[in-house]
Design a binder for this molecule. Sequence first.
Ligand code: ARG
Length: 457
Amino acid sequence: MWGGRFSGSTSDLFKKLNDSLPIDYQLVAQDIQGSIAWANALCDADVLTKEEAEKLTDALENTYRQVKDEPQKILSSNAEDIHSWVEQSLIEQVGDLGKKLHTGRSRNDQVLTDVKLWTRMSVKKIKRQLRETLLLLNEQSILHADAIMPSYTHLQRAQPITFGFWLNAAAQMFSRDIKRVELLNSLGDECPLGASAISGTAFQVDRDKLAIHLGFSKASDNALDSVSDRDFVLDLLYCSTTSLLHLSRLAEDLIFFNSQEAGFVELDDSVTSGSSLMPQKKNPDSLELIRGKSAEVYSYLTQMLMAIKSLPLGYNKDLQQDKHALFSSIGAWFDCLKMFNQVIATIKVNREKMFLAVENSFSNATELADYLVGLGVPFRDAHHQTGVLVKLAEQKDCYLKQLDLVDFQQVNSKITNDVYRWLNCEQAIERRQVRGGVGHHAFSAKNLLEYRMVEAD
Ligand code: ARG
């Protein structure tokens, strides 16, 4: 493909490092799509006749048919990369005509076009998966809207929430991921094809027409910037990093909820594994793997930032690394989302344990302070008086609800029997009707559930 200037051949080690076919064969569909578009653009520019463009298109389509179901077949070739492989296959079919296709094009704009097209396809696929996750979480959050459990700050029981509220929080995280992913197409909406090696093609190609034909809204405005640009790769890597960060934190919560110490949920056999030595073990490996994979995904973003940061403008071979980072990152993202879905869809919720964890705690202390505020006590004093009562309960080895009325009245004589109702965790939830509050969620989820039951009838 570029041998004319050389008298010696490349070393085996160089070939091993340089060849990208083992990775970029996955771009075969996009390379052929871009090549067909380029053949037509060359025809419009009178570089190729109509017959020649048609013959090239037929041959390219034929190549695609041969490998589309089994792209691994490509790997037996000695070609340097997918671009040279497609060109070789063209020449095998149509001889010298195949050698004309690369007129005015460079692998620099070609590879970018391929990767951008691949990115767009992947964004669609990921968005579908994110939506599926979101739907499942919404559904489950309605089902578990009345499963009362403790929330945690500093991993200390804080205030009562519901498992449905936790699931809804997870849904919020993924809905942000969807929004972030939706920005990607508009951010990378310029077609690089025709930028050629670095200064733009010298042939009269209508680049905007070509761009629109390939699904972009316009051609890129500066060929030098265009062949240097990998922002769209970084943007997608950042999206996957953030989403994996969400998955990893949720996995961490669930691992704790599933522990014998908490016992709030039980993971299904299908997403757990046993120990080779300890027969009693049922380990939450699926969630640990999600947490572990997230580290790998972050590394791809760092890797590409490092690879690009000191590159001079123009194409440099360092950029070849982008495919591995991109394919691996998106692959892991997709698998982890699917795994998370399986965990959630099969999870068993132990409401009683969740409820007991709230009952056997001081997570109703804020309610007591709020109750005192209702009696006209300034909040700072109410906070202090409640603290004194918590300490008293601790000394008596009980919780707030088990204190006698006289104990309460020792600290504030205005306290009446009403206090016990305030200390109920259901009350704590119901009182938080503010938008975003756990009571608001429980209330709207209950309505939704009733609505769905009527719908089902
Ligand atoms: N395989 C190369 C890549 O993935 C294609 C671009 C080659 N360009 C060049 N000037 N050598 O980046």
